[in-house]
Design a protein around this ligand. Structure first.
Ligand code: GLN
Length: 490
């Protein structure tokens, strides 16, 4: 009996393993060993991690067992997690999958890491990502691409591809990701897991290496909605170290998990089924909406959000502009990679030339251009105005609907290399997720079906601070469907 449980431990959800831990059927050390064994078994094929922190994990697991013995446990105590390598971890290198930070060891923990530590978590490693979170396939990692556990010839999505693939493959029970334009939700969709981008300001960004500060947000990547609520409980809330964090009290998100949708009004915006969305994705999402309707929600199938078509363009002005400012700090002087040269200017040039990969350079050039004198009004200022329009259009819609339901990504996972030569095609992977960041509102992606064995993600979008509604909808859907219980065969 015990043998059998141990063998499949890594497949469980947080709430399932927390039950076993609570009943003392397993110890945190056993759970952690099971996950570390799984990592040894599959990691060579998946490539989810930049760094595996085996010794640290076992030490934290022993502490978790002591803590539980002392009667001081949370549902996350002793449960192994993966942290995206854009989130600072004291004493553990944090690379952003960039040569620039390959040897950077932060002297402090991000607030989210401190909060997970306070909950008694176990960190098994830091996950691979697109360099500085710029990308949609994890192929922009300076180190190696991560592969999709559902089909190793395909990408896991990005930029939190290592986090998503790791959770799907059982190399951790959950992960933290970051989402600037879709980087939690799109890989969650591609790997058939649950991913939540919270409202801007709901989770502290202190210790998150900045990409585009007005869009970045940290969130949970889990095996189901119940787990997302547990992780959000631990990481959400005001933080004096992040002035943009919201003072609104944090509810117990698990209280929102009820299995019916009576009284909820849902809208299906037609712009999210436009060009680029494949028929199998559109079909699966419509099918999923019918399930939600069956659970008691009322559905308006004819919603229109006309500004949606400008969102991608707005994002590719605003995000690179902010990135060009944020990445100016990598000058070879303060920290990170530093090239040797005759003069200071040469050293700086060499540092940036060799430290950054091609996509990061492209973003810096785009942003610098959009912000330069003479172009500022035409690009950056205009993008900010359209950003306001997009935000207002959502506000307007949320007067009539509690949530909107859309595909997360327009396609199933694509093949490695397929979009590498064509940045625009790559950027289009995020058409459905980017508007949510632009408006600063929350978005949840949950498994919504498969086409030829490849995952399809369902996105649920709500107004600011509607995480409880989104989790309720996702939970009810997962009570009625079993997509989220399927695991890839590796
Ligand atoms: N794929 C988008 C980009 O490349 C979004 C990335 C993200 O959310 N970090 O910018």
């Amino acid at each position: 009996m015990r043998e059998e449980q141990t063998l499949s431990l890594y497949d469980l959800t947080i709430h399932e393993v927390a039950d076993l831990l609570r009943r003392r059927e397993v110890s945190a050390v056993e759970v952690t060993r099971a996950v570390l064994d799984r990592i040894h078994q599959v990691e060579r094929r998946v490539g989810a991690f930049v760094t595996v922190t085996e010794d640290l994990a076992l030490e934290q697991a022993r502490l978790a067992d002591q803590r539980r013995a002392g009667g001081d446990a949370t549902p996350l105590t002793g449960v192994p997690a993966i942290i995206k390598d854009v989130i600072c971890t004291k004493g553990v290198r944090t690379t952003c999958s960039s040569r620039m930070l390959e040897r950077f060891v932060p002297p402090y923990d991000a607030t989210v890491v401190q909060r997970l530590q306070a909950a008694g978590f176990v960190m098994v490693g830091k996950s691979n990502m697109d360099e500085f979170a710029m990308g949609s396939s994890t192929e922009n990692s300076a180190f190696f691409p991560t592969r999709n556990p559902w089909d190793l010839e395909r990408v896991p999505g990005g930029s939190s591809g290592g986090s998503a693939a790791g959770v799907a493959a059982g190399e951790g029970f959950y992960a933290l990701g970051s989402d600037t334009g879709g980087s939690i939700r799109q890989p969650a969709s591609f790997c058939s897991i649950t991913g939540l981008k919270p409202t801007y300001g709901r989770v502290s960004r202190y210790g998150l290496v900045a990409f585009a500060s007005s869009l970045d947000q940290i969130g949970p990547m889990t095996k189901d909605v119940h787990d997302a609520a547990l992780v959000l409980n631990a990481i959400a809330g005001a933080d004096t170290w992040d002035a943009t964090s919201l003072p609104t009290p944090v509810p117990d998100y698990t209280q929102a998990l009820i299995p019916d949708l009576k009284g909820l009004r849902l809208g299906v915006p037609k712009e999210y089924f436009a060009e680029g969305v494949t028929p199998e994705v559109a079909g699966a999402i419509r099918e999923a909406v019918r399930v939600l309707e069956g659970l008691g929600a009322s559905v308006d199938w004819e919603v229109s959000l006309p500004s949606t078509r400008y969102a991608l363009a707005v994002y590719y002005i605003i995000a690179p502009s902010e990135a060009s400012a944020n990445l100016a700090r990598y000058d070879g002087v303060k920290y990170g990679f530093s090239a040797e040269a005759e003069t200071m200017w040469e050293a700086m040039e060499q540092t940036r030339q060799h430290g950054f990969g091609p996509e990061v350079k492209r973003r810096i050039m785009l942003g610098t251009y959009a912000l330069s004198a003479g172009y500022y009004d035409a690009y950056y200022l205009k993008a900010q105005k359209v950003r306001t329009l997009i935000r207002r259009e959502f506000e307007e819609a949320f007067r009539r609907y509690d949530a909107l339901v859309t595909p997360t990504a327009p396609t199933v996972p694509f093949k490695l290399g397929e979009k590498l030569e064509d940045p625009l095609a790559m950027y289009l992977s995020d058409v459905c997720t980017i508007p949510v960041n632009i408006a600063g509102i929350p978005g949840l992606s949950i498994p919504g079906g498969f086409a030829d064995g490849l995952p399809i993600g369902l996105q649920i979008i709500g107004p600011a601070l509607s995480e409880e509604t989104l989790l309720r909808i996702g939970y009810a859907y997962q009570q009625a469907t079993d997509w989220h219980t399927r695991r890839p065969t590796l």
